[in-house]
Design a protein around this ligand. Structure first.
Ligand code: ATP
Length: 354
């Protein structure tokens, strides 16, 4: 289903929960609505579903305005974080529920339910009740049940929130594959950026009721359009006096400009390890945090604290140790603008003779 949303607003009394949100979603895409708590993600999802009425704006499915269409006529499947399965029904009956409501013939229902049970890896569990299943299995039943009536749009509200970390990871990849196979347009709400980056074809970042940016995870990561997006996606350090950093002196031309520096923009090592040593600054290792697959290193350069990562394969550093630091680039922003600035010393001005 192709979705178009134009100028969507939602007010609860005086409170403006969704502000002038517009977007298009292409058929078959998996979209992540990502943002901090209270930003308006669920309100947008509920308006798409018809569970909440927009204060203004238009919602169009396949080019037709659906603002007045009741939820059951919108062709939508739902998955909530708390499974919302019928406790007194078996897996089979849970999945069959929507089809029975539609009064479909019994053999057709059986065929569809068994196909979905197979698709969601629940074969052999048809006769169990929800309390006899793990959290991950219950959520699979919820997916199968939502897909049974062949919806054209699948809405998922924090579908993995109630599941423990390891199973959540497995379930995410499983869901992505399942949605690709079924080819259904899907929108899921999450406040977990890793989840959105891993699962979604496109992410919509929602903050304070506004759509801050929409794009592929890679695009949003590489080209954040607002300061909020830059600081929300990925880890980073905010630096007030960016013009004090080596290679970024020209930032002094824009007073009041701050920088956001991601860990992967920074390289640390011994001086001879750098291709252009003159572009490096001298720093001191302050703290080391072991993160399982790498070190997170806090380094200080001219009183400015920066965070970067270091491979476990490299020489182990010690707090207090002197180290050379190369900042490849910084994301700069002020009240009016934001842009990416490369370290101007990084490119060797002299040709290298071998
Ligand atoms: P979370 O990640 O915490 O679920 P969210 O981004 O989904 O947050 P919403 O649930 O859409 O945010 O809520 C947006 C804002 O609207 C919140 O400040 C919330 O308190 C408010 N809100 C939501 N529903 C109502 C309501 N029925 N009446 C009044 N205010 C509401």
């Amino acid at each position: 289903m192709h979705i178009e949303v134009r100028g969507l607003n939602k007010q609860f009394g005086d409170f403006h929960a969704v502000r002038d949100v517009s977007f298009d979603i292409e058929r078959g895409k998996l979209i992540g609505l990502l943002g901090p708590s209270g930003g308006g993600k669920t309100s947008i999802l509920r308006m798409l579903a018809g569970l909440e009425t927009p204060s203004s704006g238009d919602i169009m499915f396949h080019g037709k305005r659906v603002n007045e269409l009741p939820p059951q006529e919108r062709g939508i499947g739902f998955v909530f974080q708390n499974y919302a399965l019928f406790k007194h029904m078996t897996v089979y009956d849970n999945v069959a529920f929507g089809l029975k409501v539609k009064k479909q013939p019994k053999d057709k229902i059986r065929e569809r339910v068994m196909a979905l049970i197979e698709l969601t890896g629940l074969k052999g569990f048809e006769h169990r009740y929800p309390h006899q299943l793990s959290g991950g299995q219950r959520q699979r039943v919820a997916f199968a049940r939502a897909l049974a009536p062949e919806p054209q749009l699948l809405l998922l509200d924090e579908p993995f929130a109630a599941i423990d970390a390891k199973i959540r990871g497995e379930l995410r990849s499983w869901l992505k594959e399942l949605i690709e196979r079924v080819g259904i347009t899907s929108i899921f709400v999450t406040h977990d950026q890793d989840e959105a980056i891993e699962v979604a074809d496109e992410i919509m970042i929602i903050n304070k009721g506004r759509l801050e940016q929409k794009g592929s995870p890679w695009d949003i990561y590489k080209h954040p359009q607002t300061q909020f997006v830059a600081s929300f996606i990925g880890e980073s350090t905010i630096v007030e006096q960016v013009d004090q950093l080596k290679g970024f002196e020209e930032a002094a031309a824009w007073p009041g400009t701050q920088a956001l520096i991601r860990p992967e923009y920074i390289e640390i090592g011994r001086r001879h390890e750098f291709r252009i040593p003159s572009a490096t600054a001298q720093g001191t290792v302050r703290h080391l945090h072991f993160r399982g697959s790498e070190w997170m290193v806090e380094v200080e350069v001219d009183g400015i604290k920066l965070i970067t990562y270091r491979s476990l394969e490299k020489e182990v550093l010690q707090p207090g140790q002197d180290i050379f630091v190369l900042i490849h680039r910084a994301y700069l922003f002020n009240d009016n603008d934001n842009w990416i600035m490369e370290n101007r010393l990084k490119e060797d001005p002299m040709p290298i003779h071998i």
